[in-house]
Design a protein around this ligand. Structure first.
Ligand code: C2E
Ligand code: MG
Ligand code: MG
Ligand code: MG
Length: 283
């Protein structure tokens, strides 16, 4: 055992660390088979026009149900998939499935403007094939590029800034929308925001949570919406859980919202029923 630096510096066997590593290894093994075993599925959360109540889009949210592990949340397996590189295959599957599903809803509802928001991780975005994957998903599904919006966090956009910009520009030329996810939670400066070819800001739910009870949060949300409008960006409020928050968003001229108060993430069949129900309510 190394004694240098005193007894406290000796590396000890740590059962918790070992258990954690075993768990990850086990998860990785299962995750490798998840696609072929049809264990991945998508939930979709409606994004609603705050003023008219119309569903303008949905956000695809991946889920993994494994017979041994049960339902695993994306916050748990996406970081692992990024580490092991599996994210490319998973991301490709999400893109293809979400585009195909949206085209089907467009046909069923007659709304050919219905859009789909797809989360893209930083690792996935850096892959040289990423733009080809996007093109292929659009081609296979016959979905118009303007109906696809990719969500990236500020953090992932600012990583490897120059290559990111090239990819973003290419996607923009294709006509695909770019949304900054969890806006306000990172540390991007206005200098970068001005350069990013983003078309949409998704206001982080941390600010929406106390929008109706805390003056500082309300001031920040108001400032983001005003800035978005000035820059020609659409704004979407994330994590709307209370009707009071929705009312405040209307007052502040926020365009769109999503959250449990409107509709939780649902599987495709439930979304079709939700959209039909809403259309009927609007008649
Ligand atoms: P996100 O992109 O910010 O997605 C929004 C998260 O907030 C989702 O969690 C959603 O279920 C949850 N949510 C929606 N409405 C409310 C609300 O009113 N209150 C609260 N408290 N939460 C709400 P979820 O589905 O667990 O996803 C977590 C994160 O995992 C996502 O955050 C996204 O970054 C990532 N993720 C999900 N699907 C994918 C995917 O297909 N690819 C990649 N790369 N990441 C994904
Ligand atoms: Mg998102
Ligand atoms: Mg996200
Ligand atoms: Mg978000």
């Amino acid at each position: 055992m190394a004694k240098k630096g005193g007894g406290n510096r000796v590396e000890r066997y740590c059962p918790e660390m070992n258990a954690e590593m075993m768990h990850r290894l086990e998860m990785d093994g299962y995750l490798r088979k998840a696609i072929e075993e049809n264990e991945l599925f998508l939930c979709y959360q409606p994004i609603v026009d705050v003023h008219t109540g119309a569903v303008i889009a949905t956000e695809a949210l991946v889920r993994w149900r494994n017979p041994k592990l049960g339902l695993v949340r994306p916050d748990e397996f996406i970081p692992l998939a990024e580490e092991t590189g599996l994210i490319h295959e998973i991301g490709r599957w999400v893109l293809q499935t979400a585009c195909r599903q949206t085209k089907q809803w467009q046909r069923e509802t007659g709304n050919d403007k219905l859009a789909i928001f797809v989360n893209v991780s930083a690792v996935q975005f850096q892959h040289e094939r990423f733009v080809d994957d996007v093109k292929q998903a659009l081609k296979q599904s016959n979905l118009l590029p303007s109906c696809l919006r990719l969500e990236l966090t500020e953090h992932s956009m600012l990583r490897h800034l120059s290559s990111t910009m090239r990819t973003l520009d290419e996607l923009k030329r294709l006509g695909v929308g770019i949304a900054v996810d969890d806006f306000g939670s990172g540390y991007s400066s206005f200098h970068y925001l001005k350069q990013l070819p983003a078309t949409i800001l998704k206001i982080d739910r941390a600010f929406i949570e106390r929008l109706h009870t805390n003056a500082s949060d309300a001031a920040i949300v108001k400032a983001i919406i005003t800035m978005g409008r000035g820059l020609g960006l659409e704004t979407i409020a994330e994590g709307v859980e209370a009707l009071e928050q929705l009312e405040r968003l209307r007052d502040l001229q926020c365009s769109y919202a999503q959250g449990y108060a409107l509709c939780p993430p649902l599987v495709a069949e439930e979304i079709a029923a939700y959209m039909t129900g809403r259309q009927m309510n609007q008649l």
